[in-house]
Design a protein around this ligand. Structure first.
Ligand SMILES: [Zn+2]
Length: 493
């Protein structure tokens, strides 16, 4: 197996170092990633996080590991803020849209899957839901109560952080210490049932208006948000498993609470490697609907957003995202996408042309074996996709030299080069060759480009009748021209 030859190092948020990956069970990987709360359209930042773990999942599979990849759907229990207050996000949406909570869940789960499929994600091995695991969550609460690390008040159950911290280390993942936490947590307002403000809910009694509720030994209510991941990861991956991932924003309190719950229950370290993907910003600023600095994932494919000059195929957007390391902040810009588009087509063109390259007696000017290992070295260094992509471009340069008869390659080396290019570009990075599948789209873009140039010429000659006619007739068939500082672009509807 490939994994026996490759030494994979992964940055572990728990140790703050790149740890050598040593699976709990030889040849197997257990990986849990916190999934979406399905109450609105999936955010591009979340797509980036899930794409990072899709790439990681793909690399493990490529190395020959048997991977069990669990990514949950949060369909209950996630309140509006982290202090166990506010409405359940799904219930609120259901109330606002006057539909059943499960209709909200269905609608946004379908949206989530559609977007991920468009981006060529592999489905996880198991995609469990919080509402499908209420019994498991209740069992965990019972155990934590038995250990004396939780308490019940008025039908709600809270995790006792101070009591837990006497024998364990609360803050082990986020690096926060208990004194600071006590100091920085907002004081209780007298309405709360909690003993201490840093405690968190394991079970909440449902208020009369709360429609999502289940019976429990304590009250008709619903589980705390942090609990579902402990219940589902333990059920499907065991008490101690290899990798737990999520977005950086989940490190505290969500993942810290997951560790506390699991340790309180089983007294073992639940996760060997914690991985956190960094965030995505747009045009150098935080993405937010309220400021308009915002784009929905599918708007990238339609071009229907003021922040981009045109539509981009999913593989271009995917390639753009993987050009940044998953632990770096990614700045989403139109200029960045344009540059990635050029690079992406250059890569696809080289890969498509590899079959027509003639082989020779020997290889000159390129060491294929060391190049291949450099590709692995990049991925073995904490999944360094930007370095891998740089290596792929080194090969593109060589392939282009071969095409121009400026270098030669032996048939054995050509085979290695071809297999490796396909494996890294398609299996590991998960790109698709839009060039082959989207030829019509390409020709359309080229044709419109010709008309845009003719229109510019007409305008330069002050033939406004012709230039307006080009614009209007394109508009009549659903192609909108947009004049901007950088010239004219178009979108289709
Ligand atoms: Zn989670």
């Amino acid at each position: 197996m490939l994994y026996q030859d490759q030494k994979l190092h992964i940055y572990n948020s728990l140790t703050g170092e790149k740890d050598l990956f040593a699976p709990v069970n030889e040849g197997h990987v257990g990986m849990y990633v916190c999934g979406p709360t399905v109450y609105s359209n999936v955010h591009l930042g979340n797509v980036r996080t899930f794409m990072s773990f899709d790439m990681i999942y793909r690399y493990f599979k490529h190395l020959g590991f048997k991977v069990r990849y669990v990514r949950n759907i949060t369909d209950a229990g996630h309140l509006e803020n982290d202090a166990d207050e506010g409405e359940d996000r799904i219930s609120k949406k259901a109330r606002l849209e006057q539909i059943e909570p499960m209709e909200v869940v269905q609608k946004y789960t379908v949206d989530f899957h559609n977007i991920l499929t468009t981006f060529n994600f592999l489905p996880p091995s198991i995609e469990p839901t919080a509402t499908g695991h209420i019994i498991e969550q209740i069992e965990i609460i019972k155990e934590i109560l038995d250990k004396g690390l939780a308490y019940e008040v008025n039908g709600s159950v809270y995790f006792d952080v101070l009591q837990y911290n006497k024998t364990h280390h609360y803050g082990i993942l986020s690096g926060r210490n208990i004194e600071d936490l006590i100091h920085n947590t907002r004081a209780l307002d007298g309405q709360s049932d909690k003993k201490n403000p840093q405690d968190f809910a394991l079970w909440k009694r449902a208020e009369p208006q709360h429609i999502m509720r289940w019976p429990s030994p304590w009250s008709d209510g619903f589980p705390g948000w942090h609990l579902e991941c402990t219940a589902m990861s333990t059920k499907y991956l065991g008490e101690n498993f290899d990798i737990h991932g999520g977005g950086m924003d989940l490190k505290f309190p969500h993942h810290e609470c997951e560790i506390a719950q699991a340790k309180a229950c089983n007294d073992v370290n639940p996760v060997n490697i914690w991985m956190h993907a960094n965030m995505l910003i747009m045009n150098g600023k935080k993405m937010a609907k309220s400021t308009g600095n915002y784009i929905l994932p599918n708007e990238i494919f339609t071009g229907d957003n003021p922040h981009i000059s045109k539509a981009y195929p999913p593989s271009v957007a995917r390639f753009f995202m993987l050009q940044a390391h998953y632990r770096s902040i990614l700045d989403f810009t139109d200029a960045g996408l344009q540059a990635s588009e050029k690079g992406y087509y250059k890569l696809m063109e080289a890969i498509s042309g590899i079959d027509t390259v003639p082989s020779a007696e020997q290889t000159s000017g390129f060491d294929v074996a060391s190049w291949k290992q450099a590709c692995y070295d990049a991925m073995n260094d904490d999944f360094n996709t930007p370095t891998l992509i740089a290596e792929l471009f080194a090969a593109v340069k060589f392939i282009n030299q071969l095409k121009d008869n400026k270098a030669s390659i032996s048939s054995a080396d050509l085979e290695v080069l071809k297999i490796s290019m396909f494996a890294f570009a398609f299996d590991v990075l998960g790109l698709e060759n839009e060039e082959a599948s989207n030829d019509t789209g390409h020709r359309l873009a080229d044709t419109v480009e010709i008309l845009i140039n003719l229109r510019a010429e007409a305008r330069a000659n002050k033939d406004f009748e012709l230039s307006d006619r080009i614009r209007d007739e394109l508009s009549a068939i659903g192609i909108q021209l947009k004049d901007g500082k950088e010239g004219t672009s178009f979108s289709t509807n």
